[in-house]
Design a protein around this ligand. Structure first.
Ligand code: ASP
Length: 328
């Protein structure tokens, strides 16, 4: 049986058009559909479905729930080989990470988008989509969790991050590297991320179904001359968790330490991440005693999602949050 790939569109630059070919920063969505993007389809049998059309800075739990349920639904069908989700690049890494932790399927799920609008010189949407469809058709992409395919490179959703405001090679996996590449019809994988994902992850759509939004879990970034104002405000506003993107190796300034320890006394779960990149490991006995959980190799933004998922599933349990950060 010839299997098909389902391409879901959600908005972003890949659906936008430039006013003229040299305009790379100002562009709008003029009603382009994802099915208009690709002029070549090769061997793939492709079905296009619009889930919604938003700039990805507006994505939130209702969109994620739709993305998860629709992806699970199509991947459960025998005649579907895999799914592609086109997405704005600004928060693509967050959506891809969340789907990676929740969707229950071992079929390929590939996220892509574009950094340059349609009609602009060097526009990247068409090639990214073409490559992603091929990656989603490939049996080599199975059981790898969610993949991100951009600029001919393939990365693991957990490791990939947007590193540049405008460059088509914006998605990188600093420190950890890409897991594969695709060029023409040739696809090769060289490594895989060892963390649980999709079917081996404990999280499921059911954990989110009763919620309208994720718990309030802000990321608060450290800076010289920091005061505790943002942490105090988060506590007053009822934060269930805080991800503190500290300086360097997740260092916590004295002002933040005092405020975060007050948060801990009130049951708020605190994760120590970094504003720098690179892992954050257990450090300083007093921070461990205060229960600040190190983010490990997760960026602050992905740590925020993981903490919100932990709270959605296990409430304010510190021990479950610690286990989850060790595991995922
Ligand atoms: N503003 C766009 C977004 O929706 C940027 C992009 O897609 O590259 O994320």
């Amino acid at each position: 049986m010839k299997k098909k790939v389902i391409v879901f569109s959600t908005g972003g630059t890949i659906l936008s058009s430039a006013a003229n070919p040299t305009e790379l920063t100002n562009y709008t969505n003029r009603g382009t559909k994802i099915s208009d993007i690709l002029s070549l389809n090769g061997d793939a049998d492709v079905e296009y479905r619009e889930l919604y059309s938003i700039p990805s800075s507006q994505v939130g739990l209702p969109h994620w729930k739709t993305m998860i349920s629709e992806t699970e639904k199509v991947l459960s069908k025998d005649d579907v080989a895999g799914a592609v989700i086109t997405h704005g690049t600004d928060t693509l890494e967050e959506s891809a990470f969340l789907i990676n932790l929740i969707v229950k399927s071992d079929k390929p799920i590939v996220f892509t988008g574009a950094m340059r609008p349609n009609g602009a010189l060097g526009s990247d949407g068409e090639l990214n989509l073409n490559n992603s469809i091929k990656a989603a058709m490939s049996p080599l992409s199975q059981n790898r969790g969610v993949l991100v395919c951009f600029n001919g490179k393939i990365g693991d959703a957990r490791l990939i991050t947007k590193t540049h405001t405008l460059d088509p090679s914006t998605f990188q996996a600093p420190e950890y590297g890409f897991c594969g590449f695709i060029i023409n019809d040739y696809i090769e994988f060289l490594s895989r991320c060892d963390k649980p994902h999709t079917k081996s992850s404990e999280f499921e759509l059911n954990d989110l179904n009763r919620l309208d939004s994720l718990s309030y879990v802000p990321v608060i970034t450290s800076y010289p001359e920091e005061t505790s104002d943002f942490i105090d405000a988060a506590l007053m506003r009822g934060a269930k968790g805080i991800v503190y993107a500290g300086m360097g190796h997740g260092n916590v300034t004295p002002a933040a330490e005092k405020a975060l320890s007050e948060c801990r006394k009130r049951g708020v779960i605190v994760v120590r991440a970094s504003r720098t990149g690179g892992p954050v490991l257990p450090s300083k006995e007093k921070w461990m005693q205060m229960g600040f959980i190190p983010s490990g190799s997760l960026s602050a933004n992905k740590a925020r999602l993981l903490l919100a998922l932990s709270i959605a599933k296990h409430g304010q349990s510190q021990s479950e949050a610690e286990r989850i950060f060790r595991t995922y």
